[in-house]
Design a protein around this ligand. Structure first.
Ligand code: UDP
Length: 421
């Protein structure tokens, strides 16, 4: 049986979603590991322990488990502080491997912090390494609106080094791949493209009336946002667009899903700061009665929200992929999104939603208005969305990933054989 050490150092696939740092990557690692397990690949997902109460090893599914590794304090710490605990993390992974008598055939590293460790294990274990970044610091810095949002040079350096050291890099889309080439000088031939996925059994169409009743929503038009509450998600753009839409007297509800983290040790967290900014803006725009802040919602409850909504709005300034878009489309709910990053590969203007130049509330309102007014158009876009989403099942993501593992392992064997000759 193929055994893969999955590195997800800074965030756990079992974490509650919708927090500052818990979103798409957690879902991706969780679902990919489960699907690989079904294909007969054993995965151990190593993640830094952030809660002293958690068991060391937790089953994630068939052939898949999460290993909470002691490294630094067992609580959330800033991602840059995690760098100081990487050597402890590496030692404890080695210890786990030794005590459990496990050998891995391959390392799959997620995010730059894991990329740093992946290159280390690559050397010490002599096994091939595959890396994914999920977001790129260079791209985040391009859209940062103030200094506090800027990623540090050390992250960019680690990303660049990882891209040139590992056996394969997996990009989420062709756009993601092109950004790695142009922004980091990565070699295009070392990068494969595998998009994110969606659980098509869980995210599917349902009765809008029943979903609204379950969520306490009425007959007004409902715009939905789902995601981490971070400035780059552009929630302020949605709020300003809603003001434009409300001007013509349309009855409108904006439902905002996401946001959890309490302040650490009395500090105001970045998320709380962003949430306060958005609540203040809501009041300034006179939208208190229209906007509902839901906080984080469990993943398996989200289908209700997508089914209840008329449209999902993604006004992000950067997305390497955008799982929320495929989840919404899988529920038959069209998506109006910024024309950025991975969203341009999922949302098709006039086919399953609309794309809008980023950071322009008026243009968002102009694209949203006709879809809200024309039920026939909305239904047609919904059908287009189902067709799009049908191509994004997690099983397909796992199959494509396994093909990459096989190719990497075969190349390694061939290289060894040629050295032996
Ligand atoms: N999510 C969730 N509950 C929330 C907010 C978000 O389950 O309250 C999930 C959402 O369904 C999606 C993921 O978090 O699967 C966000 O992924 P996406 O790729 O859209 O954004 P990222 O977090 O990668 O920026």
């Amino acid at each position: 049986m193929l055994r893969v050490a999955v590195l997800s150092v800074h965030t756990c696939p079992l974490a509650c979603l919708g927090g500052w740092e818990t979103g798409g990557m957690n879902v991706y690692v969780r679902e990919l590991s489960r699907e690989l397990g079904k294909l007969g690949v054993a995965t151990d997902v190593f993640t830094r322990r952030q809660d002293p109460e958690l068991c060391s090893v937790v089953a994630l599914g068939e052939n898949a488990r999460v290993v909470h590794v002691d490294a630094g304090p067992p609580r959330h710490v800033d991602k840059y502080a995690v760098l100081d605990y990487l050597s402890e993390f590496a030692c404890n992974v080695q210890r786990f491997r030794y005590f459990h008598g496990v050998r891995y055939d391959l390392v799959h590293a997620h995010y730059w912090l894991s990329g740093r460790l992946g290159t280390l294990f690559h050397e010490h274990w002599g096994v091939p390494t595959v890396a994914m970044f999920h977001t790129l610091a260079q791209m985040k810095n391009r859209v940062a609106q103030d200094a506090a949002e800027l990623e540090q040079q050390i992250r960019i350096d680690i990303e660049r080094r990882t891209m040139t050291t590992v056996d394969r890099v997996i990009a989420a889309t062709d756009v993601d791949k092109a950004q790695m080439v142009s922004e980091y000088g990565a070699h295009p031939r070392s990068i494969d493209v595998v998009p994110g996925g969606v659980d098509l059994a869980m995210f599917r169409p349902g009765s809008q009336t029943e979903a609204r009743a379950a969520l306490g929503l009425g007959s007004e038009r409902v715009l939905l946002f789902v995601g981490r509450i971070q400035p780059l998600k552009g929630v302020d753009i949605l709020l300003r667009a809603a003001t434009e839409l409300a001007r013509d007297g349309s009855k409108l509800r904006v439902v905002l899903v996401g946001g959890t983290a309490p302040g650490l040790r009395g500090q105001v967290s970045d998320e709380e700061r962003e949430m306060t900014r958005l609540r203040t803006l809501t009041v300034e725009l006179g939208l208190e009665r229209q906007v509902r802040f839901e906080g984080a919602v469990a993943h398996d409850r989200l289908p209700l929200y997508y089914q209840a909504a008329d449209l999902t709005v993604m006004p992000s300034t950067y997305e390497s992929f955008g799982l929320v878009a495929v989840e919404s489309l899988a529920c038959g709910t069209p998506v109006v999104a910024s024309r950025v990053g991975g969203l341009t590969t999922i949302v098709r203007d006039g086919a399953n939603g609309a794309l809008v130049p980023w950071r322009n509330p008026r243009l968002f309102a102009d694209k949203i208005r006709p879809i809200l007014r024309d039920e026939g158009l909305r239904r047609a876009l919904g059908r287009g969305g189902l067709e799009t989403a049908s191509r994004y099942g997690w099983s397909r993501v796992a199959e494509r990933t396994l093909d990459i593992y096989d190719a990497v392992l075969s190349r390694r064997l061939a290289a060894r054989a040629s050295i032996a000759e």
